[in-house]
Design a protein around this ligand. Structure first.
Ligand SMILES: Nc1ncnc2c1ncn2[C@@H]1O[C@H](COP(=O)(O)OP(=O)(O)OP(=O)(O)O)[C@@H](O)[C@H]1O
Length: 267
């Protein structure tokens, strides 16, 4: 159980306003951050995980201010930042580094608990049999799943992901999202994931936070996410892909995606 509170947060880079006056709270949900390029999604996530500080406002996790990089916030990046030349297992094990001294990690003296946790995390993302495969030999989707496993080994109370499937083909993107959601549900972790693929977002998300020009445009639950809101967020160009999923003018129907991914992932 964890609650993320974003309280009137602004972030300025010189004259540039990246985020302005944004407030929302998410509790035990799989939430999606939507917005076009430059809307402030990455800046918001970087403020939440303490990689940068807000210029104004406060961010709290379970009531405690977040003011520097914290080990209980797991972060998954678009370019997964794995160590390519070593195995999936060793990459996952690295997630526990904050609990292990540098000397121990160099000599791979992590305890049995850490090792079991790394294998459990790889099982969660469907890669137990590939545990000893070198990451550079894995597909982009598999590498991203190793990134999810590594974040899980941190024992996070909050999982953040910045465009985790942006560089994947649509089928791999669905599979990775299905594993990410499975990981959050199984580990009982609140998640905030930035995405630009609206259909994938609508299928997997439980809550949607829309940013436009750094401000909060909407904060809605799944049944309140309408094409009209998406149009407000992206304009006509980005919503073309929604056409086949619409019924009437005011409902999203993302059922056509995700089912095959879910069958594969066995959520
Ligand atoms: N370190 C920085 N220095 C100056 N300006 C920045 C910096 N980081 C972000 N910005 C600016 O802040 C605004 C929001 O950027 P941000 O990367 O948060 O948006 P985004 O929604 O994540 O976009 P994208 O999807 O393209 O990554 C943009 O105008 C960007 O140019």
């Amino acid at each position: 159980m964890s609650t993320l509170t974003v309280d009137d947060v602004s972030k300025y880079y010189g004259d540039v306003t990246a985020v302005e006056g944004v407030s929302f709270e998410i509790e035990d949900e799989f939430a999606i951050l939507l917005g076009e390029s430059g809307a402030g999604k990455s800046t918001m996530l970087r403020c939440i995980n303490g990689l940068t500080s807000p210029s104004e406002g406060e961010i709290r996790l379970n009531g405690e201010p977040v003011n520097s990089s914290r080990s209980d916030i797991g972060m998954i990046f678009q370019q997964h930042n794995l160590v390519e030349g070593v195995s999936a297992y060793l990459n996952a094990l690295n997630g526990g580094l904050s609990r292990t001294s540098v000397l121990k990690s160099i000599f791979q003296w992590q305890g049995r608990d850490d090792k079991k946790q790394a294998l459990d995390a790889l099982e969660t993302v469907g890669l137990l049999e590939e545990a000893h495969q070198t990451v550079s030999q894995m597909s982009g989707g598999q590498q991203q799943r190793v990134g999810i496993a590594r974040a899980l080994v941190q024992n996070p109370r909050l999982l953040l992901a910045d465009e985790p499937v942006a560089s994947l083909d649509p089928s791999s993107a669905e599979t990775v999202m299905a594993y990410l959601k499975k990981a959050a549900v199984e580990h009982d972790v609140t998640a905030l994931v930035s995405l630009h693929q609206v259909n994938i977002a609508a299928y997997f998300g439980e809550r949607f936070i829309g940013l436009r020009d750094g401000g909060l445009l909407f904060d809605v639950k799944r049944d309140e996410l309408t094409p009209a809101l998406i149009d407000d967020l992206y304009g006509d160009v980005e919503t073309v892909g929604l056409a086949d999923n619409r019924q009437g003018d005011d409902e999203l129907h993302p059922e056509s995606i995700g089912e095959t991914a879910e069958e594969r992932v066995e959520l």
